[in-house]
Design a protein around this ligand. Structure first.
Ligand code: S3P
Length: 188
């Protein structure tokens, strides 16, 4: 682990089912950093669950709420002290969010897997409600349309056939190798 670089923030991006939240938690635990899921912040701010925001106000209103929540998060004082942030699947592909993240200068990691595996993971999660899940064909089309934008992340991490702990270890290894990673235990 690179010891010279100051603690910063790492943003996990990727499609539905990529494992952003579970990998984010594993990564934060290994590094001793804070973890935050942007969708949780949106729900707290809006006092509604994400599917309710979609149902009651539509996707455009959700995107506005998402942008405001991201802006708030990136503007907070503790953001440079070592935080892992998981974005919802559509956040990074919105141009204004992309620009906000770019100008903040944080590392972004695209968690990827074959679209059929992403579909299997999502359709197997009966307890999670995803307004944009749709059917396999629309899921595939949405993934294919977004993938070139996800590929603009600092690097891509393959997740197929790996558990969150393994994926977190591989990310730490990559960050070490690229001397991009802050030291462990920055918050503790
Ligand atoms: C969305 C993905 C969801 C959530 C919202 C919109 C998307 O998050 O933000 O339903 O546009 O792909 P997950 O990627 O965590 O499912």
């Amino acid at each position: 682990m690179c010891r010279e670089t100051a603690p910063s923030t790492i943003i996990l991006i990727g499609f539905m089912g990529a494992g952003k939240t579970s990998v984010g938690r594993a990564l934060a635990a290994k590094l001793g950093w804070m973890f935050e899921d942007l969708d949780d912040r949106i729900e707290r701010r809006e006092r509604r669950a994400v599917p309710e925001i979609f149902r009651d106000f539509g996707e455009a209103a959700f995107r506005q709420a998402e942008h405001s929540a991201l802006k708030e998060l990136l503007g907070e004082a503790d953001i440079r002290h070592g935080k892992i942030v998981a974005l919802g699947g559509g956040a990074f592909v919105q141009n204004d969010n992309f620009r906000l993240i770019e100008s903040a200068g944080f590392s972004t990691i695209f968690l990827d897997a074959p679209v059929d595996e992403l579909w299997r993971r999502c359709s197997g999660q009966q307890t999670v409600s995803r307004p944009l899940l749709g059917d396999l064909e629309s899921f595939r089309n949405l993934y294919q349309g977004r993938r070139p934008l996800y590929l603009q992340a600092s690097f891509t991490q393959q997740t197929a056939g790996k558990n969150p702990s393994q994926i977190a270890d591989e990310i730490i290894h990559t960050l070490d190798h690229e001397h991009k990673s802050p030291k462990r235990g920055a918050n503790h």
